[in-house]
Design a protein around this ligand. Structure first.
Ligand SMILES: NC(=O)C1=CN([C@@H]2O[C@H](COP(=O)(O)OP(=O)(O)OC[C@H]3O[C@@H](n4cnc5c(N)ncnc54)[C@H](OP(=O)(O)O)[C@@H]3O)[C@@H](O)[C@H]2O)C=CC1
Ligand SMILES: Cc1cn([C@H]2C[C@H](O)[C@@H](COP(=O)(O)OP(=O)(O)O[C@H]3O[C@@H](C)C(=O)[C@@H](O)[C@H]3O)O2)c(=O)[nH]c1=O
Ligand SMILES: [Mg+2]
Length: 297
């Protein structure tokens, strides 16, 4: 029986991992109350005491704008803590699963980003997540790093839920229309993670360590995504003040925020699809499911 340590159990992805990983073995699931990732000694002692075969790290400092003025904590959680997990995994032989982000790129590429394309984060969040990736790769531990984007879930905070809330309050919404990416469901991430762990444990030579892009199929903009969310909610029967046609597209330059986001967040998923033999559905598949779930009374 495999022992799995799930760190960040109450986040969007962590919550879904509690469901998906239980099929693989015994889980110890923790969050900040059990282990504060800014405390390296607490983290080391957690890992050494439980001595897991697999560590899955779904915890992160994800407040992108706040990170600009809180670099030390963001770095502790997104870079130093994963480094410690990786060093411990290298010592014990555990497999480490970690998540990273489209925000490691600057978004200037024309097409979809491949795993080995040049990184160049525009934000503190992106830079600290990249530092975490690099530390894991340097440690020599067995690992899979899943770079994903625009995560949503029924449980937790995300852009889709923010749009629903704003659409109840306002008749018109202005949303950035010149940033491109793929909204990706925490449910999908958790299910694919479980499949990949299983393959990696059973056939390590067929599943090399490294970075894998893992996002839903298709592409959209924040503006088109907001419209989709509002239109779907209305179709499901929600009474919203803002109609889809009153979601106005604006350039990012008209939406001033502390952290700069990449214009192009599109990630090429060939590597994970081929290596692990998985189908990645269009982003609308899980988005519709999530909206149906949270809007059902
Ligand atoms: N959200 C997104 O759009 C995207 C996320 N990702 C990556 O995917 C992964 C999962 O993200 P997601 O589930 O959305 O993140 P969430 O923000 O939903 O969850 C992150 C979890 O980490 C916990 N955490 C934060 N700081 C600490 C700390 N000091 N000690 C212990 N736990 C802490 C949070 O606890 P608390 O809530 O109490 O702070 C929360 O439970 C992360 O690696 C993220 O970088 C990648 C691309 C997009
Ligand atoms: C709320 C709001 C946001 N926006 C814009 C701002 C920004 O360009 C875009 C998304 O804003 P958010 O702050 O919700 O998203 P943001 O926090 O940037 O989301 C990112 O989170 C991290 C954790 C990741 O790793 C990324 O993949 C990505 O999902 O939408 C509007 O245009 N209008 C609005 O009313
Ligand atoms: Mg945010």
């Amino acid at each position: 029986m495999k022992k799995i340590l799930l760190i960040g159990k109450d986040g969007q992805v962590g919550w879904e991992l509690q469901r998906a990983l239980i099929l693989l073995g015994e889980i110890k699931a923790v969050d900040v109350a059990d282990c504060d990732l800014t405390n390296p000694d607490q983290l080391k002692s957690l890992i050494r005491t439980y001595n897991p075969n697999v560590i899955v790290n779904a915890a992160a400092y994800t407040a992108v704008d706040k990170a600009e003025s809180d670099e030390q904590v963001a770095n502790a959680v997104n870079a130093i803590a994963p480094q410690i997990m990786a060093e411990e995994a290298a010592l014990s032989g555990a497999l480490l699963i970690h998540y990273s982000t489209d925000y490691v790129f600057d978004g200037t590429k024309a097409g979809f980003y491949a795993e080995d394309d040049v990184t160049h984060p525009l934000s503190v969040y992106g830079a600290t997540k990249l530092a975490g990736e690099i530390a894991i790769q340097k440690s020599g531990c067995e690992h899979l790093i899943f770079r994903t984007s625009w995560v949503f879930a029924a449980r937790g905070a995300n852009f889709a839920k923010t749009m629903l809330k704003l659409a109840k309050q306002r008749e018109e919404l202005k949303v950035v229309g010149d940033q491109f990416g793929a909204p990706t469901s925490a449910e999908l991430l958790a299910d694919v993670t479980a499949l990949c762990i299983r393959q990696k444990l059973q056939a390590p030579s067929e599943s090399p360590d490294g970075v894998y892009h893992l996002v839903a199929n298709g592409e959209t903009t924040w503006h088109a995504y907001a419209r989709y969310v509002i239109k779907t909610a209305i179709d499901i029967g929600q009474d919203l003040k803002c109609l889809p046609e009153n979601v106005i597209s604006i350039p990012a330059s008209d939406y001033p925020v502390p952290a700069k986001r990449p214009q192009n967040s599109k990630l090429n998923t060939s590597k994970i699809r081929i290596t692990f033999g998985i189908n990645l559905p269009d982003w609308q598949y899980h988005a519709h499911r999530m909206l149906s779930e949270i809007l059902a009374n």
